[in-house]
Design a protein. Structure first.
Length: 145
């Protein structure tokens, strides 16, 4: 497995992967795809993806999805770790995310529940916060040590 920056040729496959995981994909465009990492099998098949939208020293971790056949193999964990490392190396100190189904997964990865109102205004104004994720989505946050 190789984890790499998403390329424009990955757009439709990433959108299909997100749809298969019941995650929103309507705002995933070629421009936004530049903020994504993908995990690919040696034959080029995409196994998973994750996005990291930066807002100064904060970031919105989004769209962590793993194909059905690759679940439970460490793909999601590897994508999350590399996204966090990438965030840290680019000066991001706080990461936020919204989830309706994976709270336990992220709590086990060191995230803590944070009210949506606790997120910086710029994140709250993002499409994910303001339009795509339902009000019932749990907001989680992790600060780098």
């Amino acid at each position: 497995m190789e984890i790499r920056a998403a390329q424009s040729t990955d757009l439709e496959t990433v959108r299909a992967l997100l749809a298969s995981a019941d995650l929103t994909n309507t705002d995933v465009t070629a421009k936004l795809l530049t903020d994504f990492l993908v995990a690919a099998h040696a034959d080029g098949t995409l196994l998973g993806c994750v996005g990291l939208e930066r807002f100064d020293s904060d970031a919105l971790l989004r769209s962590l999805a793993v194909s059905v056949g690759a679940r439970g193999t460490g793909v999601g964990k590897a994508l999350l770790q590399l996204a966090e490392t990438t965030a840290a190396s680019s000066g991001v100190s706080r990461r936020y995310l919204l989830t309706t189904t994976a709270s336990d997964y992220f709590l086990n990865a060191g995230y803590r529940v944070a009210g949506r109102a606790a997120a910086p205004a710029e994140l709250q104004a993002s499409t994910q916060f303001s339009a795509l994720c339902p009000a019932t989505a749990v907001c989680l946050q992790k600060t780098l040590p």
